[in-house]
Design a protein around this ligand. Sequence first.
Ligand code: PLP
Length: 440
Amino acid sequence: MGNSYPASTSRSAELHQRGLAVIPDGVSRSTVIIRPHPIYIDNGKGAWITDVDGNRYLDCNNNFTSIILGHADPVVEAAVRKQLSRGTAFSMATEAEIELAEILCTRISSCEQVRFCNSGTEAVMGAIKAARAFTGRPAIIKVEGSYHGTYDHAEVSLGPDPSNWGVPDTPSTVPYAQGAPESLADEVVVVQFNDAHGAVEAIRRVGPRLAAVLLDPMPSRVGMPVLDPTFTEAIRKTTREVGALLVLDEVISFRLAYGGAQAVHGIEPDLTVLAKIIGGGFPVGAIGGRSDVMEVFAAVQGDRAAVPSGGTYTANPVTMTAGVACMRELEEPSFDRLDDIGHQIRQGLKVLFEEQSIEWQVTGAGSLFRIHPHQRPIRGYRDAHHDSDEATVMASLQRRLLEREVYFSGYGMGCVNLATSDADIDHLLTAVGEALDLVH
Ligand SMILES: Cc1ncc(COP(=O)(O)O)c(C=O)c1O
């Protein structure tokens, strides 16, 4: 066993105490909380990260799927260093913004134009506002359990449980943050992933008030189920029928293929939301799509656009330069290698479960995988939702993996980067094999 986490005398524990005095929870992201205390990182290189106590971890999270080449990739680093010496942000435009937009429009067939922002949350919010402005309608439909960032409307029904999720055909709209306005229930309608019939019914029902359906084609919190093409085909057909837009959230799924998940599944969205990997490791978001829809962001007919958008650090040249360098590194063979790494991991996990006669399963695609501590067939959120025993076993798996030099999410989601070697894959599978012995 390699690592000493957790240790009450560690530097991470000490930093946590110091952080608690000035930051609620001692950290600014709820998602980095691990009990008994968060891990504070010193550095990362390639597939590995090292904490402030010198513990090393094979990174199976990659900053929530945003790192794709590897930590401290030398090509991105060189490009960013060059830009740093020329200035980091100006109150005027730079060429790097156009370069990154050109790359994205070339790779993503449904995107004729792109507009940048600073995070996926902001991009989802911008896409919803664009859909409302384009259609003149207020409501959206989203999938139960699907994460789209922290905008109130997009956060609805992110974490419902059997006590409040309602009937399967018409799931309840469950606000996420306390204090969210009750009017959300009028503006957000929830459907289940892969439920084509339910989606068609909802789209027709909300029809005249519906601006858009917001869809992540491989939602991690929904369990990374296999997308049923009849679901997306039904949504595409019916949104067109009622004059609503399809907004595809490719914030994570863009890492699945050169042209994103829409290329893999043949989906034709009106708007696409991007973030994470397109910033090469720096904060970013983008909305792309058909130019007639994207025109809502342009001040063509007066002083003000239908949807004014901006932001102090939006399209800053450091992020744009890093994004360009990262995208140029990521050619078709990179995705073949990512598929291969992910395939070896998913297969290896299946073999481990079989060998140890454990009734678990793994879902995912490309560089993404999700471990489920049960064998319920996974079509949507309700199948993947953990009861309290399952949540406990997954937290315990995370702890046992940390001891064995693997950093992996507490709910079963894993993500690897291109720097992951075959030896790293062996390391992961050995660690999981040993950890399963202890947690099961
Ligand atoms: C599918 C999806 N959409 C949107 C977001 C929000 O992106 P950000 O964290 O950059 O705000 C995330 C973040 O994990 C995501 O997974």
